[in-house]
Design a protein around this ligand. Sequence first.
Ligand code: HEM
Length: 462
Amino acid sequence: MKSKITPSVAGPLFKRIGQSVRRGSNRAGTSGDPGKYLPKTMLFHFRPRRVPEEAVRFTHTWGLGGMAFVLIMLLFGTGLLLKLVYKPFPDMAYDSILMIQHEIRFGLWVRNVHHWSANILVIILFLHMQRVFFTGGFHHPRQFNWVIGMVLFLLILASNFTGYLLPWDQLAYWAITISTGMLDYVPFLGGWLQAVIRGGTEIGPASLLLFFAVHTAVLPAGICMVGLFHFWRVRKAGGVVVPLVPDEEEAERRRTPVFPDLLLRELVVALVVVAFVLIFSALINAPLDMKANPGLSPNPAKAPWFFIGLQELLLHVHPVFSVLVIPVLLSGGLLLVPYINYASNRGGIWFYSENGRRMGIYAVAAAVLFTAAGILGDAFFFDFTTALPMLPPVVGSGLLPVIIFTGAAAVFLMALKRRFSADSNEAVQSLYIFLMVMYVVLTITCLWFRGTDMALAWPWGK
Ligand code: HEM
């Protein structure tokens, strides 16, 4: 028998789903008319029927993965609308953005939603990654999902980067010129890689077309595929990581139905995110500078904010280290996080232990102090680039400062480990915190404390 699901039956239907879940039934839609239970059967392909109470608690995950999903949906929706009007050619791109903003009804709002969703997504993903790390969500059986997550993060960064150029204003043109220019410093492959990314030697018509195609076709397809894989792996691992309960009966008692307990919470988070982005975008416009002028570089010219930490590093350390060695080592280290031999696999507990929490506070303080001291010391007291002319630059302003800084950080972290008699989980966590905070300090410095000629300046005095 064919059945229709109308609004009038949706209420009782969902009530029945909730009830059957509460009773702990394990089979979906097997009694009575199967068609009537279609939403239920579909739902339970994506979700288990019951999840641990801990997984439902908002402060366990802060809903960050779900927020990322919602933002991606907003981006796809608004991106499709923008694509109807935008023209990816240097003589038309900027004007088509002006047209979207001034001549199309709600065009400005749609552009704002797209712009702010993309930027907020990077922050939300960074926080999601921290949530996963600090609740130990990368241990077995979730190791590979950490790697998939990093690939997703990379795809999202690439989307932001390629989208950055499309308005073809001064901001876009010079930010992309600066960041692709950093590749000049990569030995052997740098020049070739730069030409591939730019679609030629300079940022020009070919770059714009290439960035447009990658931004609107290649990356969205990649994000959909890798994203589905990510969700499937979460489901396969039995949902989000929670503390182990040794007794199976107790674990079963502490489970709660996905509908309504989890799904309603997720719905609330999704609605709050959408409302926030829509209101924020109605109040604050996405930036748009003058039309791109390849002959007039702004001063200072800065990379997009999510890469700006690297630009700050470039001011202090030889390019071979700041653009190649350090980023490659750090990304490799991040990929390997789940595959380190840890003292134990105690996932689901924030910061692993009380010891881990206290060590973390010391690591944050030390990273802020070390990085600020390095930046100020280099600016005002000891400039490695000029102070040691007898050494080749790659040694004098590269290897040497890196060894000094890493040595000082290593001594501090070893003293911390000894002081707290830390195990390997706590030690790795402190190192991770130290490096993450360092990158955040570099980013903030370059974003807000660099003025004309990239000299240090107060944000209000630039
Ligand atoms: C487009 C990007 C991403 C989306 C949409 C996404 C979405 C999600 C969602 C919905 C979950 C379930 C729990 C939660 O809400 O936290 C999750 C879990 C997870 N994510 Fe992501 N994620 C993304 C990127 C990342 C990144 C950058 C990483 C880390 C490098 C990562 C690693 C993980 C891992 C390991 C889990 C399982 C953790 C656990 O079981 O507690 N994800 N993700």
